[in-house]
Design a protein around this ligand. Structure first.
Ligand code: ADP
Length: 473
């Protein structure tokens, strides 16, 4: 049975496996049948020969008694010759009391079976003697030999006939299996074509049910599956189209809304500034605080709107990105310049350790925007003062890393999951630090749009390092 579990057996075609198994079954059954029937034939032949010998020993003395008594040896010879012509009688010899011997020997039967067969069948010649006694007087003795050759030939011929029948049965079995399976399995290759067409995207492919009931059921199941796949694909395509339409509508709404908000907001901020700096009507302390609040809230709102606009532009695919060789140092200097007043306000020393020769494949505006977000955060979330360092380093073959390292508060545990998701600024409500919760989301989107990666490491109370990695120019 080991071979039926072996992988090579399982790789053989179904037809071959069926033929081999059926042939083995037929051969085993046929061989057993032939063996036992040959043994039975030999057994029968042995007992026939023994019975015949016994019968001859009983009848022969009586048949020759009369001619033996009168001493008619020529008639006796004729009788012996007649007996020898009978079935299986190989030789008869008569010897009288005075030593006269008459003998008749039959022509030997030509053997048709090989010698091993006779010895395997255990079929040998049998001999015996019978005394010719008349009126209590012993006239002589007949010795008989019966040959087993005829029986051996008969058993052998029967065996050959049975072998021929077995070979015929195997032949019919082969032909039958091949014909049945060839016809029966033909729909399988159509199923195979159908499955391939389905895999290549031809969802309309169906197969006409035909063949045996099992095949029809299989083909019907395949058609049902194809139907279901087509339906679910149609549903998916519709859902994708709907989602795309909804996303575009959302982005459009966001950007129109942001535009609408920006104009009045700018004028509020402008007027607040005028109020603050126009010394014609000096403001009292309370009024100054109120103007301060208006300015801060307005600035925060404006920043939020700018970033929502950026995000909407990226998500709707309206953001055009042109990748070129960008010298990181120049982008870094510009960021530092823009954020220097805030850094000074908060007693933060900004260090530029960017290698002036480092150039990356990036979009200049996007890179500057990302660095600006990271540097602003590094200053914003460092109220105790300290250092902010921009540093460049290699990062694997062909990649460069730009790190923004601060000595600030670090990122609290509850913010770390989904830090780059929009509005992830839990616990910051009521915080006096101005933030929108979108800066990091925009930074990630921009970095990935340039084909780069973004990440961070942080320890609460010690500071954070935000980095971006981009292909080197
Ligand atoms: P925000 O406008 O609030 O800064 P961001 O998306 O830029 O929005 O940042 C999300 C949050 O991540 C921030 O509110 C802040 O809690 C935290 N964070 C970002 N950068 C730093 C940093 N350098 N140090 C500490 N916390 C930071």
């Amino acid at each position: 049975m080991a071979q039926f579990r072996s992988p090579s057996w399982n790789r053989l075609p179904f037809v071959v496996r069926l033929m081999v198994t059926a042939t083995i079954a037929l051969l085993v059954a046929g061989a057993a049948m032939l063996f036992f029937s040959a043994r039975q034939d030999a057994e029968d032949a042995r007992s026939d020969l023994a019975g015949q010998l016994q019968a001859e020993r009983e009848t022969l003395p009586a048949a020759v008694a009369e001619v033996v008594v009168i001493g008619d040896f020529s008639t006796l010879q004729q009788i012996l010759d007649r007996y020898v012509g009978r079935q299986s009688m190989a030789s008869i010899r008569f010897q009288d009391a005075s030593g006269v011997t008459l003998e008749s020997v039959d022509a030997p039967i030509t053997p048709v079976a090989p010698a091993w067969f006779a010895s395997w069948m255990d079929l040998a010649d049998v001999s015996g003697t019978a005394a010719v006694v008349v009126g209590g007087h012993l006239y002589g003795e007949v010795a008989l030999t019966l040959t087993a050759q005829g029986a051996v030939n008969r058993v052998w011929r029967r065996l050959l006939n049975h072998l021929a029948i077995l070979a015929l049965a195997i032949g019919i079995d082969f032909l039958g299996i091949w014909l049945v399976l060839r016809q029966g399995l033909a729909p399988l290759s159509r199923l195979q074509d159908g499955a391939r067409a389905l895999a290549e995207g031809d969802m309309a492919k169906r197969i006409a049910p035909e063949g045996s009931p099992e095949m029809r059921r299989l083909i019907t199941a395949f058609n049902d599956m194809a139907e279901a796949t087509q339906r679910s694909q149609d549903r998916l395509v519709r859902a994708r189209d709907d989602a795309e339409i909804a996303s575009k509508a959302k982005s459009k709404f966001l950007s129109s809304m942001s535009h609408e908000l920006r104009t009045p907001l700018n004028s509020i901020l402008g007027f607040a500034q005028v109020l603050d700096f126009d010394r014609r009507q000096p403001l009292n302390a309370d009024q100054k605080v109120s103007v301060d609040h208006i300015m801060r809230a307005g600035q925060q709102l404006l920043e939020l709107i700018e970033q929502v606009l950026d995000l909407a532009r990226i998500e709707s695919g309206r953001m055009t990105i042109s990748i070129e060789d960008v010298v990181v140092d120049s982008a870094a200097r510009e960021c530092i310049q823009l954020t220097q007043p805030h850094a000074d306000d908060q007693d933060i020393t900004v260090l530029n350790e960017i290698d002036p020769r480092m150039a990356v494949r990036a979009d200049w505006k996007c890179l500057r925007q990302v660095l600006l977000n990271l540097v602003s955060n590094g200053i914003k979330y460092n109220r105790k003062g300290g250092r902010l360092t921009l540093r460049s380093s290699p990062s694997g073959p062909g990649w460069g890393r730009i790190s923004v390292i601060d000595t600030g508060e670090g990122i609290p545990e509850d913010l770390r999951d989904g830090l780059f998701e929009p509005f992830n600024r839990l616990g910051k409500e009521g915080s006096d630090v101005m933030g929108t919760g979108i800066g990091l989301t925009v930074s990630r989107e921009l970095t990935e749009a340039m084909g780069g990666r973004i990440g961070y490491a942080s320890a609460v109370g010690e500071g954070s390092t935000f980095w971006i990695e981009l292909p080197l120019a």
